[in-house]
Design a protein around this ligand. Structure first.
Ligand code: HEC
Length: 119
């Protein structure tokens, strides 16, 4: 009797366990997470206004700032509330993403367009 139900149970278990990521909550795609930031920090992390740009800054610095907003160690008007739902791994991925983007300076905007024109 035990033998008969053990097999389908095992099959079910392995179907669940052998598909990594499918049974646990997955992070949203990076592009979707980063799109949350564009509205304030500018497209591709290059802010046109008074909110700091994120593009091209060291990943460790960005991640550190985000973690301290999340913990409340660094006072913020809005960032603490924005970053709260993001996990440590997501913060790292966001920081890496913005660090890898071309840095913002008013002078390089036109140059960057020219560089990309060749692609
Ligand atoms: C509603 C506007 C808004 C959104 C959306 C937003 N930020 Fe911010 N961000 C700010 C403001 C304003 C500050 C300055 C700190 C404060 O007062 O909250 C800031 C500060 C920061 C800083 C610190 C910069 C520095 O030099 O001190 C980082 C890093 C940062 N944000 C990352 C992000 C990331 C990553 C996202 C997307 C997940 C994001 N922000 C989404 C408004 C926003």
């Amino acid at each position: 009797m035990m033998k008969r139900c053990a097999i389908p149970l095992l099959a079910l278990l392995s179907a669940v366990l052998l598909r990594p990521g499918s049974a646990v909550a997955e992070s949203p795609p990076l592009a979707l997470m980063a799109a949350n930031c564009d509205g304030c920090h500018g497209e591709n992390g290059r802010s046109p206004g008074s909110i700091p740009s994120l593009a091209g800054r060291p990943a460790g610095e960005l991640a550190g700032l985000l973690r301290s907003f999340k913990s409340g160690a660094r006072p913020s008007t809005i960032m603490g509330r924005i970053i709260t739902p993001f996990g440590g791994d997501e913060i790292r991925r966001l920081a890496d993403y913005f660090a890898a983007l071309p840095k913002a300076t008013t002078a390089t905007t036109a140059a960057t367009v020219t560089e990309r024109g060749g692609e």
